[in-house]
Ligand binder design. Structure first.
Ligand SMILES: NC(=O)c1ccc[n+]([C@@H]2O[C@H](COP(=O)([O-])OP(=O)(O)OC[C@H]3O[C@@H](n4cnc5c(N)ncnc54)[C@H](OP(=O)(O)O)[C@@H]3O)[C@@H](O)[C@H]2O)c1
Length: 352
């Protein structure tokens, strides 16, 4: 039970509470016992009036258009980039600290882009913009393994291929994959649904996530480059990505090739990664062990496997990463940001 009468506990709003990230935020707030004085669930007018149980109490979903941000101390935004662009300024103007899950403010110089395990130090003071941005779901697990490697051996280049799950496109993405799979099983020649994924995702592999940029890379690929550089504080980091959607319901995977300045010893690399907070290395002893989206283990960890130092180039190694994009890649990171902000007293004096 996390509802408390303590006047120092924050009043929290979840914008996009009915979505895939929003419902994962609710789960995590309950699981982690994040204390709150009030909890407001907010979504579009389509969901207004829906009843959602949280911590033994029923909460009615409110419409964003009618919501008064003056009621809250922390607002988590997980309702899409255009919604954040339209409504975050109103929330900040009313004094709420915004933790934004969209890409709207990630590259804003006055907005810290935070993975608490990596760059918590940027949260040494409340953000000038009133917003703390949560990175992209593929970037978070990547920087969680790159930072210790950079500190120990120095990084020359990173080449990533992602294998991204349907849940990256929210509840509708999951539904479209499941529906498309059923349709294709009944009739392999049928037209498959393709609103969220085009071409359709069922029984397919699609090397195109988000919009095409002038560079020829997609926005998802561009986000991984720009956000990794900002979080790691390495503006010239040579990192490049191919982002691929695969017919998996949840959890993103990544194949990561890292070239370092100094030669790498596999045992030392495995030991280093194993000591990172909330990172599990699967092939520390059994080289045939590896994580998959269906069976990785602790849902709040970054799972690492297939750790291979190149035999002909000890300055290069491969990693396979698996992490729950809704938790590690979105909601968990956002809740951990809130926990840090509260521990640092960002709201003391600000809690009204
Ligand atoms: N899925 C991921 O792995 C992931 C990871 C990192 C970041 N994100 C980001 O998080 C955001 C949400 O993603 P999601 O996967 O949770 O999507 P989703 O399942 O489609 O949920 C979208 C949520 O936003 C609400 N919403 C949509 N339009 C709205 C409007 N005009 N006004 C108020 N509420 C509105 C929806 O409310 P209704 O139910 O009323 O329509 C729903 O609660 C996106 O910006 C996404 O890029 C997602």
């Amino acid at each position: 039970m996390t509802l408390v009468t303590d006047p120092t506990a924050p009043r929290i709003a979840l914008i996009g509470a009915t979505g895939a990230v929003g419902s994962t935020l609710i789960e995590l707030i309950e699981e982690r016992g994040l204390r709150y004085r009030e909890l407001y669930l907010v979504a579009s007018s389509r969901s207004a009036g829906r009843q959602i149980p949280v911590g033994g109490q029923t909460h009615e979903v409110r419409s964003l258009e009618d919501f008064d941000f003056g009621l809250v101390d922390i607002a988590f935004f997980s309702a899409g980039t255009s919604v954040s662009r339209a409504w975050v300024p109103a929330a900040v103007a009313k004094g709420a600290l915004v933790i934004d899950n969209t890409r709207a403010y990630r590259m804003d110089p006055d907005t810290p882009l935070v993975v608490p395990q990596i760059n918590y130090a940027v949260l040494d003071r409340p953000p000038g913009s009133g917003v703390i941005a949560n990175p992209n779901c593929s970037t978070i697990p990547l920087v969680r393994v790159l930072q210790p490697v950079e500190r120990r051996w120095g990084i020359r280049q990173v080449v990533v291929s992602t294998y991204q799950a349907a849940s990256g496109q929210g509840h509708q993405g999951i539904e479209e994959l499941l529906e498309g799979t059923e349709v294709a099983l009944r009739d392999p020649d049928a037209d498959l649904p393709s609103e969220r994924f085009s071409p359709p995702l069922a029984f397919n592999v699609v090397p195109f996530v988000d919009e095409l940029q002038d560079s020829g890379f997609t926005l998802e690929e561009q986000k991984m480059v720009q956000e990794s550089r900002k979080i790691l504080g390495l503006p010239d980091l040579d990192v490049t990505a191919t982002c691929v959607r695969v017919p998996v319901v949840n959890s993103h995977s990544e194949a990561v090739w890292v070239q370092t300045q100094e030669p790498v010893d596999r045992a030392e690399l495995v030991g280093l990664l194993s000591r990172q907070t909330e990172v599990t290395v699967h092939d520390a002893e059994n080289r045939a062990a590896f994580p998959t989206p269906l069976k990785a283990g602790h849902p709040d960890h970054v799972h690492v496997g297939r750790v291979r130092v190149s035999p002909h180039n000890p300055r290069g190694f491969w990693l396979w990463l698996v992490s729950d994009n809704l938790r590690v890649g979105a909601a968990l990171n956002a809740v951990q940001i809130a926990e840090y902000a509260l521990a640092r007293g960002f709201l003391s004096g600000g809690v009204r």
